[in-house]
Write a protein that binds this ligand. Structure first.
Ligand code: 5GP
Ligand code: MN
Length: 350
């Protein structure tokens, strides 16, 4: 295996040779896939199908309804929803397993150990920090804004750019648009715009994709957002921190569906003078925390050090096995230790 961080294109030649002949392919991505996770998976699936491979996309869990316009979505196998045996068989018998948009096998829940034990060749394609070393091919680039951007680059380096049609281009565009926060986060590089322009040239209707993802709210979701903003947002002014805390009861009251809390944390980050934003949610088995920051304050480190998680410098997440109340208390205690840093970062980012 090459050292972590080795520029992934060095592997393209041997990968090209490997993928030349038809293979039984499984593509998987992290639990509760977002637009980049599912978009990069279905974009890659569309391409590999055109190359004559037998391709199955397996998601560890369900995903938001606002992603079900993606081509190939109807064929996605939801592991958790009654497909455990079928998924295990596919993973055991695959020639190659693509692991997209996640850096640790724990991110695919119970499927992680099945993938680890499978004799298939494993290909990691990801842009998160500090990946676990389990793959035979690693296309890993933390400089990429989205896994979808890496998929585009790989297809291009394989000499197959013209195989990207409108549905594939739109899946990939969705990943880039959402992971850059609509081209606003610091990961929005010149290359992001170049790749976006190329995807447009290949047929992506960017306005349509934007509408499908962002203008597709249920009334429940909007009302829930209003409720959370009015009643569940706490601001720790001296610590330049704002966080939401959401109980299982809150979710039930607003008939919350997968994806309904996605993006809420950004309202906390949008507050003037805030450097660190969080949302702490009571899920059925565990309390989850989602973190965002401005500037150089690393929520990847914060999530790793205190919430058994990780991600990127400005967007990360983790878990807590304490109760919701105890997790909120822990969060408030931990943040106090960063008072100086948070204030320093504020001055630097403004
Ligand atoms: P989100 O807050 O949108 O769920 O996640 C933000 C970023 O952190 C995403 O890139 C996501 O993949 C990553 N992330 C979220 N939760 C976890 C976690 O528990 N562990 C790790 N390693 N990464 C996470
Ligand atoms: Mn991503």
């Amino acid at each position: 295996m090459p050292p972590v961080g080795a520029f992934y294109m060095q592997q393209i030649r041997s990968f090209k040779k490997f993928i030349e002949t038809p293979k039984k392919v499984v593509i998987t991505t992290h639990y509760k896939p977002d637009a980049d996770a599912l978009g990069s998976s279905l974009g890659l699936a569309g391409y590999l199908l055109k190359k004559g491979h037998d391709v199955k996309v397996i998601s560890p869990t369900d995903y938001p309804d606002f992603l079900n316009w993606m081509e190939g979505e109807k064929e996605v196998i939801n592991y958790e929803a009654g497909n455990k045996r079928k998924s295990k068989k596919l993973i055991d018998e695959a020639d190659v397993i693509f692991c997209l948009d996640f850096n640790s096998l724990a991110r695919i829940n119970n499927m992680g150990e099945i993938v680890r034990r499978s004799p298939a060749v494993k290909v990691l394609i990801d842009h998160h920090l500090e990946p676990e070393r389990f793959a035979d091919f690693e296309f890993w680039d933390t400089g990429a804004a989205a896994t979808a951007e890496i998929i585009y680059e790989i297809i291009k380096k394989l000499g197959d750019r013209e195989l990207i049609d409108q549905p594939i281009a739109e899946c990939l565009y969705a990943g880039i648009m959402t992971d850059t926060g609509q081209f606003k986060h610091p990961n929005t590089t010149k290359n992001v715009h170049i790749v976006t322009a190329e995807l447009m040239a290949l047929g992506a209707d960017v306005s349509k994709v934007g509408r499908l993802i962002y203008d597709n709210n249920s009334l429940d979701r909007l009302k829930f957002t209003g409720y959370a903003l009015s009643h569940k947002l706490n601001v720790l002014k001296d610590l330049r921190t704002a966080y939401f805390w959401i109980s299982a009861e809150d979710l039930k009251k607003y008939n919350s569906k997968t994806g309904d809390t996605e993006g809420l944390v950004n309202y906390a980050l949008s507050l003037k003078g805030i450097v660190l934003a969080a949302i702490i949610i009571e899920r059925p088995e565990v309390v989850r925390i989602s973190l965002r920051s401005k500037g150089d304050f690393s929520v990847n480190d914060f999530a790793r050090d205190h919430f058994n998680g990780g991600g990127h410098n400005n967007a990360a997440g983790g878990v807590s096995d304490l109760s919701l109340e105890e997790t909120v208390k822990k969060f408030e205690e931990v943040v106090k230790k960063y008072e100086k840093q948070l204030n320093k970062h504020f001055k630097e980012t403004m």
